[in-house]
Design a protein around this ligand. Structure first.
Ligand code: ZN
Length: 257
């Protein structure tokens, strides 16, 4: 059982992920919609406990964010899904259109309003990350809240009605004033704080000079791939994106220079 307490999850893997056999009764209040998937062949369910609940024996309560680099990827994914589903369930107890109390469905992950019929599904908010190349340089920027000296790829949330490609073009234009072309998908990463999906791209500079957006981008610059600044931690998708693209470009220009 992945137990959650106010956006917290216990981190002792063997203690928190217990076998829940399908033909045994699940905890009171749980139903098939709570199932998170399987881990090591065993069904996992999410449940919320009281804010002052004591941890299971041998376990402790830890913020999921701090466990990002600690838990293995599959357990983090299950815990992240649990956090998002609990948050969604808690945030959709009442209909956003008419205010009536919503009801869960037994065989589908949705909360439905009995008064007006509105269905509320778990939300996923897509965001894009863009790493722009110009020759052997990469465009990196830093937000006002970044650790001192650290630069990263640009990123922003997708707006309604926008494709991922359009979002990359708009975000880069808004944040630093340059045009991009030749977008290529790199990878994606779910980020359960609270419900994002980051989709990373590489692209090529197609025109324009750097004009960092006031308030959003504290500084931005073109960095030679052989002389990159301080970058985000190794476990982030931003770092994977930068390492992979910089490595490719270094290969094109030889290892010297
Ligand atoms: Zn309603």
């Amino acid at each position: 059982m992945v137990a959650l307490r106010q956006a917290r999850v216990a981190d002792h893997q063997s203690a928190v992920v217990q076998q829940v056999v399908a033909d045994q009764p699940v905890d009171e209040g749980a139903h098939p919609g709570d199932e998170l998937g399987r881990l090591g062949g065993e069904h996992c369910f999410a449940t919320e406990v009281a804010a002052d609940a004591a941890p299971l024996p041998g376990a402790s309560w830890e913020g999921l964010r701090t466990l990002f680099s600690v838990l293995d990827d599959r357990l983090f994914a299950i815990a992240g899904r649990a956090l998002q589903l609990i948050d969604w369930d808690r945030s959709h107890q009442f209909c956003g259109r008419c205010g009536a109390r919503t009801e869960p469905r037994l065989h589908e992950r949705v909360r439905v309003c009995p008064a007006c019929g509105l269905s509320a599904y778990p939300r996923v908010a897509p965001a894009v990350m863009a790493l722009v190349r110009r020759g052997r340089e990469l465009l990196l920027g830093r937000g006002p809240h970044f650790p001192a000296g650290m630069y990263s790829a640009l990123a922003g949330f997708v707006e309604p009605g926008e494709s991922l490609e359009q979002c990359v073009e708009r975000e880069v234009a808004e944040e630093v004033g340059v045009e991009v072309a030749k977008l290529r998908y790199f990878a994606s990463q779910p980020w359960p704080f609270p419900h994002s999906l980051m989709v990373a791209f590489t692209c090529e500079w197609a025109g324009g000079e750097l004009r960092p957006q006031a308030g959003e981008i504290e500084d931005a610059g073109w960095f030679d791939v052989f002389q990159l600044p301080k970058l985000p931690s190794k476990i982030s998708i931003a770092r994977s994106l930068i390492d992979a693209f910089a490595g490719q470009i270094r290969g094109e220009f030889g290892t010297g220079a």
